[in-house]
Structure formats: structure tokens, C-alpha cells
Design a protein around this ligand. Structure first.
Ligand code: CA
Ligand code: CA
Length: 449
């Protein structure tokens, strides 16, 4: 496959970026309200507003807002980002990302493989089902070499975020991380805002002949991954595979050579998370909440509101176990860049989902009965959801034709519902202006675009 550094974005600057100054110069008015954050003048010092979803529970989410000057970093490349993240101490830190950071830092897949003995051709030869069979996972020389090469890539592209951190894109700079995986693992109180995440790709997918009936190529890196993470606010970010789409990936052993994993996965006992005004586009498996049916009972409490899901195949989210609130999101089922819609929301393993006042825009190839999914144990309650502007009981539509029906009552009532709009009618147009990276000004207001 092509190395990450050999790909050039065609659509990365999909969103127009307006600095506050540019907005004034163009004679446009910035929306005169702080869209979501408390009213500190500096975007990087804003905290999650009261009652703004599950991340507002208990002590709330302040990230690095209180950082002193010595712990207020501005970074422009992967080395600077890694250094700021590893600065010792547990006091609050702010990391301002200026421009687009290439997580691979100029290294190619071939660079990572050099000296490990790994090659795709040798790997394919070693684990061809005709040679290796289908009953056990790969092991031995080439699998060890693959792991060694993968470890070298991981060292470059995985950025571990410690507790009490705000990671924020500097407005007007096209701020983002290309090819990276931001990991909040066993950490508390983290804010991730105004960043465009793209092209998170595993150079070394692992063949697993025991995954499903035909085997799968599995990849390791989510653009943002929360594991054992608590009090996390992911706000105004964009997530996409673009420019390398699944439709362009080759197949080996009859299965897609998948280099992508999740966009934003929330697993391993993560809890108290608010995912707000993000844009997810051109991706398959978008958001796991809970990685297995035995992931942490009593946790996995997540709020998703005012997000856009467009050209998303599935898992928006796939939720297990937890109490999940979905409100005022926009789901557009149209196929984009080859990503055809399978379902939007999946309730499994007893997940307790409240879905209200979300808007679905239904493409002509999809039906109202195809918006949800479940294993027969998950619940989806709610009201006020619309399909093409008409209030529609999407759960009843799903259950009318599903064998594994969704339960329609849940064991909780959402209380942390700041900004909830009791009509979904205006959402599609509103969210196109107000969600995603590149929208916020330095003051945390929304520039019209
Ligand atoms: Ca996978
Ligand atoms: Ca994942």
C-alpha cells in the first residue's frame, strides 16, 4: 500500500476556516453567543458548561483550563506534541495545536518495516489459508516481524493524553492531526476541541482467519480512543478517513485489507463522556461504546449531541451496557465516497439509550426500518426524532421488521441536557454551520460559514 506520506489530501480543507479577523474583514457577523463553552475569552481556557451531558456529572470537566504559563504549550509538529504531552507533572496543561500535524512525521510504512524482516508478500505467503489453515491466528516469524514493525509505527503515531489536559486546535490554522491516534487511557478530565482528525491508518493490518466465517484484516488505531477514561469532552472536531477510502483498499484472502479502525471509540470502562458538535464523515466503524458485552457494568455513560454523521456505514454509535443519551444529532444516510449506510445506532448488551430530537435525512436507497440495530437486549427510548423532517417513531419502524427487537423502555432519565432543542427541524442546516473543526473562533464563538 502507499505510505501515509505519499498521500495528499484532496478534501482535507473541506471546511472553510474563518479566523475572527477574517470574519470581521469579510463584513460577516460572528454568531454573538458562546455556542457551548463557558464564557472565558480564550477557547483553550473554556470548560464544559454545567449540565452539558454526562461529562458534566460530579466534578465536571475542566481539562487544562487552569494551566499556568509554563504548562501552556503551542505545538506545530509531532515531536513538539509528544514533548508537551510527556512534560512531567499532573498540574493542568494546555496544548494548542497550530496547523496540521503529520503523526507519522515523515516516516513511511516501509521505514517502520525496515530491519524487522516484515514484508507484506512474505506475510501473505506465510498465512495464506491454503498453507496456514483457518483454525488459528497467525504466529511465528512473520507475525513477530509484523508486531515489531507495528510497534515502531505506534511509537510515532499514538499520543497519550494525561489527566487535566486540554488539547485544542488554534482557530484559523487548519489545526488537526493526520495519521494519528490520540489515546486517553486511564486518565481523567480531558478536553479535545477544534481538531480535524484524518487518515488514521495502520501500516500493518493483522490477519485473523478466526474472525467471523471468512476471516478479517484488523487494524489497531482509532483516531481518538478512550480507554478507562473519565470526564472527557470531545467538542467541535472532525473525523474522516479521507483521502484514503475503504473502496480503494485491496483485498487479500478474499477480504478487504482494512487499514482503518474506529473514529472515536469509548471502551474499557470509560465513563462520563460528552461528544458534542463533531462531524464524522466517510468512515465505516465509527464509534464503539463498550468493546465487549462484558465491558464495565455501571460505566460507559455517554452523551452525544449536535453531531453530524454523514457517509458513515455503521456504529454511530454501537453502544453496550451504558446509559447513552443521543440528542439533536443529524444522520445523513447518503452514500459518500463509497461508504454506504448499514445502520446508524446499535443497542447491544443491555445498552440503555435515550434518543430524542435527532434528525435523519434518508437517502432513497435506505428505509426507515434500517436506521437502528440491536441484539435483542438493548433498549432505545425517546421521542421527537425526525426522518426527512417528519416526526417518526424510528424504534417502532425497526421493530416492525426486526427479529431481535429493541426494548422500548430504559432504566434512567437524562438530567444533564444543556442545549437540548425540542425540535429537530432546523438541525441539518444549523449543524452544517456549527459542527466540526474549523468553526470556532479564538473566543469560542461560532463563525458563520
Ligand atoms: Ca477492527
Ligand atoms: Ca477501536
Amino acid at each position: 500500500m502507499a505510505s501515509p506520506t505519499h498521500r495528499r489530501s484532496r478534501a482535507r480543507r473541506r471546511t472553510a476556516l474563518f479566523s475572527a479577523a477574517a470574519v470581521v474583514a469579510a463584513g460577516l457577523a460572528a454568531v454573538p453567543f458562546v455556542t457551548s463553552a463557558s464564557a472565558a475569552a480564550d477557547l483553550a481556557r473554556q470548560t464544559l458548561p454545567a449540565r452539558d451531558g454526562w461529562a458534566a456529572a460530579g466534578s465536571g470537566t475542566t481539562g487544562g483550563a487552569a494551566a499556568d504559563a509554563a504548562r501552556d504549550f503551542t505545538v506545530t509538529n509531532r515531536a513538539e506534541l509528544a514533548k508537551a504531552l510527556s512534560a512531567p507533572g499532573t498540574a493542568p496543561r494546555i496544548i494548542r495545536v497550530k496547523g496540521l500535524i503529520d503523526a507519522n512525521g515523515g516516516s513511511t510504512c516501509a521505514d517502520y518495516a525496515a530491519g524487522t524482516g516484515y514484508s507484506l508478500s512474505a506475510y501473505l505467503k506465510a498465512y495464506d489459508p491454503a498453507v496456514w489453515g483457518r483454525s488459528k491466528k497467525p504466529s511465528g516469524t512473520q507475525e513477530d516481524a509484523r508486531k515489531a514493525a507495528a510497534a515502531r509505527q505506534a511509537k510515532n503515531i499514538v499520543f497519550r493524553v494525561p489527566s487535566h489536559t486540554t488539547l485544542v486546535g488554534v482557530p484559523g490554522t487548519g489545526a488537526g492531526i493526520k495519521g494519528g491516534s490520540v489515546a486517553v487511557q486511564n486518565a481523567d478530565n480531558v478536553i479535545i476541541r477544534n481538531l480535524a482528525f484524518s487518515a488514521t491508518e495502520d501500516c500493518f493490518p493483522q490477519w485473523d482467519p478466526t474472525d467471523g466465517s471468512k476471516g478479517e484484516w484488523n487494524s489497531a488505531y482509532d483516531s481518538v480512543t478512550l480507554r478507562g477514561a473519565t470526564h472527557v469532552w470531545a467538542d467541535h472536531n472532525t473525523f474522516t478517513d479521507t483521502p484514503l477510502h475503504d473502496s480503494a483498499l485491496p483485498a487479500y484472502f478474499g477480504r478487504k485489507y482494512q487499514v482503518h479502525d474506529g473514529a472515536l471509540d469509548i471502551t474499557n470502562g470509560s465513563d462520563l463522556v460528552t461528544v458534542e458538535r463533531n462531524v464524522f464523515y466517510s468512515h465505516d466503524k465509527t464509534m464503539l461504546i463498550g468493546s465487549s458485552d462484558t465491558d464495565s457494568v455501571g460505566k460507559l455513560r455517554v452523551t452525544l449531541h449536535h453531531n453530524v454523521f454523514r457517509g458513515i456505514t455503521q456504529r454511530a454509535p454501537l453502544a453496550r451496557i451504558g446509559q447513552i443519551h443521543l440528542y439533536n444529532n443529524h444522520y445523513d444516510t447518503a452514500k459518500v465516497n463509497g461508504y454506504a449506510h448499514s445502520y446508524s445506532v446499535n443497542a447491544r448488551a443491555g445498552a440503555q439509550i435515550v434518543a430524542e430530537y435527532n434528525a435523519w435525512t434518508l437517502s432513497s436507497d435506505r428505509k426507515v426500518s434500517q436506521l437502528l440495530s440491536g441484539d435483542g437486549t438493548g433498549a432505545v427510548a425517546g421521542r421527537g426524532n425526525t426522518v426527512d423532517g417528519a416526526v417518526t417513531d424510528v424504534v417502532a419502524a425497526y421493530n416492525a421488521s426486526a427479529s431481535k427487537k429493541l426494548k422500548t423502555t430504559v432504566n434512567w432519565t437524562p438530567a444533564l441536557t444543556a442545549g437540548l432543542q425540542t425540535s429537530a427541524a432546523a438541525l441539518p442546516a444549523e449543524l452544517d454551520r456549527t459542527a466540526g473543526a474549523g468553526v470556532l473562533t479564538q473566543q469560542g464563538t461560532t463563525a458563520r460559514r
